[in-house]
Ligand binder design. Structure first.
Ligand code: SAM
Length: 233
C-alpha cells in the first residue's frame, strides 16, 4: 500500500470514528425525557436570547438541528412549528414520535423549504456561522442568501456564535495559540485569546453589516454567548 492510500485509510477511519461518536450522542439525546429536552432547548434558546414562547404561532427552521431538541421541546409545549434541518441524516432523531427531519446541506440549498415561508430561523452552534460553511467565504455568502431566501420579509435569522473561520484565518496568532493545549496557556495567553476572539467576532459582525444587512447583536449574561439577529428587509 502506498503512502497516499495509507493516509486516505487513516482519514476514512477517523471520519468513521467521528460518525460513530455522533450517532451514539444522537441515540443518547433520543433517550432523554420530555423534561430534560425542555431544559436543553430552553438553554439553547436562551443563548440566542429567545424563549420557547417566542416560537409561538411561528414557522421556525432550526438549521444544524442535530437531534431536533428544539423541535421536540416546541412540540411538547405546543409552541410553534419547527422544521429541523441537518446535513447528517444519522444525527437526526430516530424517535417514532418525532417528525423526520430534513436532510440538506445549506451550502447546496434547502429546496424542501419554499421562498419567504419562514418567520424565524435558528442556528445554534450551527451553519452558517460556524462549521465548514464559515471556512469558505463563497460557501458562507451562498448559505446566507439561502437563509434569507427562506425568511419572510420582516422575518429573522437568529444565529450564535458569530465567528467566521474565513476571518479567523487572518489571525495567525490565534492558530499558533490553539496549536498549544489551552490547558497549558499562561494567564497572558488566556487574555490574548479573549482579545483575539472578540476581534474575530467584531470583524464577523462588520462583514454582515457590510453586506447591507440589518443586524442586531446581543450578549447572553448567563453563557457569555454572543447572538445575532438578522432581520430580512
Ligand atoms: C455543533 S452541532 C450543533 C447542534 C445543535 N444545534 C446544538 O446546538 O446542540 C452543528 C450541527 O450542524 C450540522 N451542519 C454542519 N454543517 C452543515 C451544513 N452545511 N448544512 C446543514 N447542517 C450542517 C452538523 O451536522 C451538526 O449536527
Amino acid at each position: 500500500m502506498n503512502i497516499e492510500n495509507m493516509s486516505q485509510n487513516n482519514e476514512n477511519r477517523r471520519r468513521e470514528e467521528i460518525r460513530e461518536k455522533m450517532e451514539n450522542m444522537a441515540n443518547y439525546i433520543d433517550s432523554l425525557s420530555d423534561d430534560e429536552i425542555i431544559t436543553m432547548a430552553t438553554d439553547m434558546l436562551d443563548d440566542l436570547g429567545l424563549t420557547l414562547d417566542d416560537l409561538k404561532n411561528k414557522k421556525v427552521v432550526d438549521l444544524g438541528s442535530a437531534t431536533q431538541i428544539i423541535e421536540r421541546a416546541a412540540t411538547i409545549k405546543d409552541s410553534g412549528e419547527v422544521l429541523s434541518v441537518d446535513k447528517r441524516d444519522y444525527v437526526l432523531s430516530k424517535r417514532p414520535d418525532v417528525k423526520r427531519g430534513i436532510v440538506a446541506d445549506i451550502r447546496q440549498g434547502v429546496p424542501q423549504i419554499a421562498d419567504s415561508s419562514i418567520d424565524l430561523l435558528i442556528a445554534h452552534a450551527g451553519p452558517p456561522a460556524i462549521s465548514a460553511v464559515s471556512r469558505n467565504k463563497e460557501d458562507f455568502d451562498f448559505s446566507l442568501k439561502e437563509v434569507l431566501r427562506m425568511l419572510k420579509t420582516g422575518g429573522e435569522a437568529r444565529i450564535s456564535p458569530l465567528f467566521f473561520y474565513f476571518i479567523k484565518e487572518k489571525y495567525k496568532r490565534y492558530e499558533e495559540l490553539h496549536q498549544k493545549n489551552p490547558k497549558d496557556w499562561t494567564d497572558d495567553e488566556r487574555k490574548e485569546e479573549l482579545i483575539l476572539v472578540s476581534r474575530i467576532e467584531d470583524e464577523s459582525l462588520k462583514y454582515l453589516q457590510g453586506m447591507g444587512l440589518n443586524v442586531v447583536a446581543g450578549k447572553n449574561k448567563r453563557s457569555g454567548w454572543s447572538s445575532y439577529g438578522i432581520i430580512k428587509k
